[in-house]
Design a protein around this ligand. Structure first.
Ligand code: GUN
Ligand code: ZN
Length: 430
């Protein structure tokens, strides 16, 4: 039994501040998190915890303790093409993305990239992610292996794509099915890993392949589905052309049994009211990817519409279309997108979207997302001293909400002092 208490400022979300009000945020200037065998025992004000921790080692933390960030949509093979300029989605995919992903047919390339990617996630304070790999089974294997070695809660899968891409990136409905099934058997539920059936998007899968993806999902309850939806206008036009029998983009995924409560759709920028209503009825979930949506000029996600439809939303960095692995930077851009949409969000909502909201979108909120007793002890320490400007701004902030907002606007990976995975120190900045 390894019980330990971390004493410092602490924040976590007990609900959605937009739904449950400000009391959804639990904030303690002098708080503590008690961890035992990788799980949360309790999180509260130090005064309330002190009587329970006689004999327990207590570590003083100089910083803000928050739950580990959760990235609901990111591409591990795209780190090498982050910040590739001058293109919108379809051109960007052909010019930058597909050539980069072709290299992942080689085990060595995939292994090295998986190590770097996961170490970067931890350095950015991200302890859980829903990740796009490539079409190659070896790439998914490499990422699962490396995540298992770090004991991270990670969900990924082999990408399915049988058309609309170079031959080196195409599988077939049959090979896609057989390889996905083998990966599910090998990795799903092992350690803290989960599998996601991952058709890239409607334009790179034939009807046969989407049908096969639906069969995989139906045969493997509990497995996630992860894809892109309604990101860019040219994409929408092309989807109408290749799936003329479907009334709209979401109908393509509905038709093949891919719209479930275990489904996470990245972007969802241009959904109609009718699509939102069906999306909500299906219990499907959104990855809101503001840095990518701005960088690729895709559009402004309507968080208000998602909220009105009672759809779970988490933040996604969507690197390499996105421009940062930092969920703090992603909060920053999410705030600006919402400003342009005339939708008010406060700091608590921003942190919710990167923690409990994201956990709900992934259906993992019984295990991660906040410090409720019994949850897995994934947490980070944010340190204002890493950035002189942030330190200066925080010195004059009057409320917890103002301090948090400054972290969201001015913070990045420099603000992450330490990252703990299941109670163990996994990253230390200095
Ligand atoms: N749609 C299909 N593939 C991709 C991708 O790799 N990135 C983004 N942003 N959108 C996509
Ligand atoms: Zn993406």
């Amino acid at each position: 039994m390894s019980r330990k208490a971390y004493r410092g400022a602490l924040l976590h979300l007990l609900g959605d501040p937009a739904v449950d009000g400000p009391e959804a945020a639990a904030v303690f200037d002098d708080g503590a998190l008690v961890v035992e065998d990788g799980h949360v025992v309790e999180a509260a004000a130090w005064d309330a915890i002190a009587p329970h921790v006689a004999g327990t080692p207590v570590e003083r933390v100089d910083g803000l303790i928050v739950p580990g960030f959760i990235d609901t949509h990111v591409h591990f093979p795209q780190l090498d093409i982050i910040a590739a300029p001058g293109a919108r989605l379809l051109e960007w995919l052909s010019n930058y993305t597909f050539p980069a992903e072709e290299r992942f047919a080689h085990r060595d390339v995939a292994q090295e990239a998986a190590r770097f990617f996961l170490d970067q996630l931890l350095a950015h304070g991200t302890t859980t992610a829903l990740v796009f790999s490539t079409v190659h089974k070896v790439a998914a294997d490499a990422l699962f292996e490396q995540a298992l070695a770090r004991n991270m809660r990670l969900v990924t899968g082999k990408v399915l794509m049988d058309r609309g891409a170079p031959p080196g990136l195409c599988d077939t409905p049959e090979t896609g099915f057989v390889e996905s099934r083998a990966l599910i058997r090998q990795w799903h539920g092992k350690g803290r890993l989960g599998y996601a059936v991952t058709p890239r998007f409607a334009l790179t899968s034939s009807p046969d392949q989407l049908e096969m993806a639906g069969r995989l999902l139906a045969e493997n309850p509990g497995v996630h589905m992860h894809t892109h939806l309604s990101e860019n206008h040219e994409e929408l036009t092309a989807v109408r052309r290749v799936y003329p029998d479907c009334a709209d983009y979401f109908a393509v995924y509905e038709k093949y049994g891919l719209a479930t409560r275990h489904s996470v759709f990245a972007h969802c920028i241009h959904l109609s009211d009718g699509e939102w209503a069906r999306f909500a009825r299906a219990g499907s979930n959104v990855a809101f990817c503001p840095t990518s949506n701005l960088f690729l000029g895709s559009g402004l996600f309507d968080l208000g519409a998602a909220q009105k439809a009672h759809v779970h939303v988490g933040l996604g960095t969507d690197v390499g279309g996105g421009t940062s692995l930092s969920l703090l930077q992603t909060m920053n851009e999410a705030y600006k997108v919402c400003q342009l949409r005339r939708h008010a969000v406060d700091a608590f909502k921003l942190f919710y979207l990167a923690t409990l909201g994201a956990a709900r979108a992934l259906g993992l909120d019984d295990r991660i997302g906040n410090f409720a007793a019994g949850k897995e002890a994934d947490f980070i320490v944010l340190d204002a001293n890493m950035s002189p400007l942030l330190k200066r701004r925080l010195a004059v902030a009057k409320t917890a909400a103002e301090r948090l907002f400054a972290f969201a606007m001015l913070g990045d990976d420099r603000s992450v002092a330490r990252t703990y995975v299941a109670g163990e120190l996994a990253y230390r900045r200095c």
